[in-house]
Design a binder for this molecule. Sequence first.
Ligand SMILES: Cc1ncc(COP(=O)(O)O)c(C=O)c1O
Length: 429
Amino acid sequence: MPTDKSADKTVFDRRESEVRSYCRGIDRVFTRAVGSEMTDASGRSYIDFLAGCSSLNYGHNDPDMKEALVEHIAGDGVAHGLDLHTDVKAGFLEAFERHILKPRDMDHKVMFTGPTGANAVEAAMKIARKVTGRTNIIAFTNGFHGVTLGALAATANSYHRGGAGTTLEGVTRMPFDRYMGEGFDTADLLEAMLNDKSGGIDAPAAILLETVQGEGGLNAARPEWVRRVAELAKQHGALLIVDDIQAGCGRSGTFFSFEEMGVSPDVITMAKSVSGFGLPMALTLVRPEHDIFGPAEHNGTFRGNTHAFVTARVAIEKFWADDAFQKEIAAKADILTRALEDVAGLVPGSRLKGRGMMQGVDVGSGELAEEICSRAFDKGLIIETSGPEDEVVKVLAPLTTPEDMFRKGLNILLDAARDVTASTKVAAE
Ligand SMILES: Cc1ncc(COP(=O)(O)O)c(C=O)c1O
């Protein structure tokens, strides 16, 4: 029996909606979180390789962000300001302009949408439609863009789509890079269909893609595929929207996931780690010529989470003022690849997926992936799956995880995979 009242979980079963999900596999009551560790009500610590599904790229309770936030609150700084001008919003915009946009030669305007990723995607899709006067948006197999109706139309997963309860319209689905396997360039198909007057694709307002599909199973598009898709968008008068909600903020290795691909998207969506502290905040970045919504045409009460602006500014200044952090991510990504090769070596037919600090192993079945994650959790590691059948064991460790802890977590994962594969082998014999 739990000794601490806060460890009593019965209220969740009694009152919380059945829609809850992560807590089913990770069935503890958490009370504290620092850096890359979470502690439950019994005092047990876990290494966190889920990181709020990439909304905690800088770990839990970063001390500098926390200090700035506590100071802001203690000084009666504005907590919520609709979209009024506030000192801290100015501070965020200046830092974002100085350290992110200008060095990358980006003249995009920053639109503060409602604070979820889905809302940033809704805004992006609406902008593309308004700019072009067209309705059709091309999205890809295994894409995940959120579950509000507009974004859900672009999301591929049938389980999520099934929750809509209505028709999902205005999107044409095309195969993502390597969806048809190696040796079939799906950009050829897209090109052929777009160029054919009887190809059946209505003139697109936008082509919407993730460069690494986070929820869809860590499918990393090849840069040359992304470039071709970007060219096709241009040729056909469509906007290129990159959904960087999961792959952005350093997760794929650079601040924007497309930075080293030679493309310049018209619209970019960001959320998850943009506040740096796990606070709700989302952005839609728009080229100035496409920034055509009238005042409040796409609005929302919670576009002024000033607490998030405070921490987001610190995150940008602390981690992105030079390239040191990016180099650190690259070194950790190499460690990750090598460790995952060891995990993959235990599971015949498995393969590595993803890039940067969003990598995983496709172990071939959702059951096996789930077993490995659940064994890892017993051993003190929080880790989840992704992919259409949840067949990918997915590492989303905070990018700031100290190397020794990172290796410790990866060793737990390897041990868990070893235990599970050994017991599966025994059962088969
Ligand atoms: C690429 C991508 N786009 C959009 C979303 C939706 O974001 P939110 O859950 O904040 O609505 C997600 C969430 O996982 C995502 O990974």
